[in-house]
Design a protein around this ligand. Sequence first.
Ligand code: S3P
Length: 428
Amino acid sequence: MTERIAPAARLRGTLRLPGDKSISHRYAILGALAEGETRIRNYATGADCRSTLQCLRALGTPVETEGDEVVIQGRGLRGLRPSAEALDAGNSGSTMRLLAGVLAGQPFLTRLTGDASLTHRPMDRIVRPLRLMGAHVAAREERFPPLEIRGGPLRAIEYELPVASAQVKSCVLLAGLYAEGRTAVIEPVRTRDHTEVALRQFGADVEIVGRRISVTGWPRLEGRHLEVPGDLSSAAFFIAAALILPESELVIEEVGLNPTRSALLDFLCSMGARIRILNLREQAGELVGDIQVRSSPLRGGVIEKAMTAALIDEIPVLAVLGALSEEGLTVRDAAELRVKESDRIATVAENLRRLGASIETSVDGFYVPGRQKLRGAALASFGDHRIAMAFSIAALAAEGDSLLEGAEAAAVSLPEFFRLLGGLTHSA
Ligand code: S3P
């Protein structure tokens, strides 16, 4: 699907977003492993989180939608059943990597596959620790999906993560539920901690000391009634639009503001963004609040080291802001961008160039000079939801209309994206 995007004069209004994608995956998986019923309000609406529900159903878990709630009849840690068919994680790295941890503890064989993007993303990062724990895992070329996992009783390990990845950390912690004793993961830098928070909510014993996280095996997990806060990574696109379009003012209500995710807001404020947080509160161990944004001149900045991991999903849209800022944006230590839903260093660079902007790339980062003018262009999502949304925002600030090919990719995390954006923007 090709979407025509006209420049916008301003963005105004109030918005609520579907639930956070990362948290939704975790609540659904833990709901399936818990005893009793789990009800989840504001579950993410994107295809990725639907893939997780489909996989859980294929493993014998009753999952239904009742009004605005996803209702899961938990099977208990030992209650999953083998699936005759391969599980299809679609485009979702989280579905594949988190479920792989669970499947490593199951006394049966499961095949896990995904779409053209996912089957080219690295899985050796989870294969290695799962084998150390005693699971039998086969991967295409030892590295890529499809995966074949024959699980069973696992050994607790202490695992130092070679990459900063919440998905790998979560995979090992979920496998740790099926190991005797304590399984520990040591992170190189802190990554999103939704798994740790959710595990505690469901009753697991999680200990966090600095960058070392451990979980005790064979806990009794209990079904919960939970509400997922709005997705901050989806909010990022609307925040970016409000910042760059003059005379804009936007409030996004009930957004997840977990400190391991909200570095985005700190970074934007350091660039000069006028952002306020209202009604900050805690909900099931997660911080939630309303975000108020006003259009702001942006200075520019540098993203590197631990900051890169904390902002990893937001870098495409930050690159767009960088081009429109005073001093531009430098991103370092971001080799992980090359193995996301697309090679995001390449796809960001390609689209910025199509808009007439310049960017210098390296193996693990880029520099986008500031004060650039964007000209409407033929853009492409490259099948990547965040690229689709980031460059829709760029198109709003360009001179002349743009055509975005593959716009449907946005539905991987936010099917409502174009409708919500259309309801807030005023034409130039
Ligand atoms: C996620 C972790 C990150 C992030 C992804 C969601 C998660 O991936 O990019 O969108 O839910 O744990 P990595 O763990 O590969 O860094």
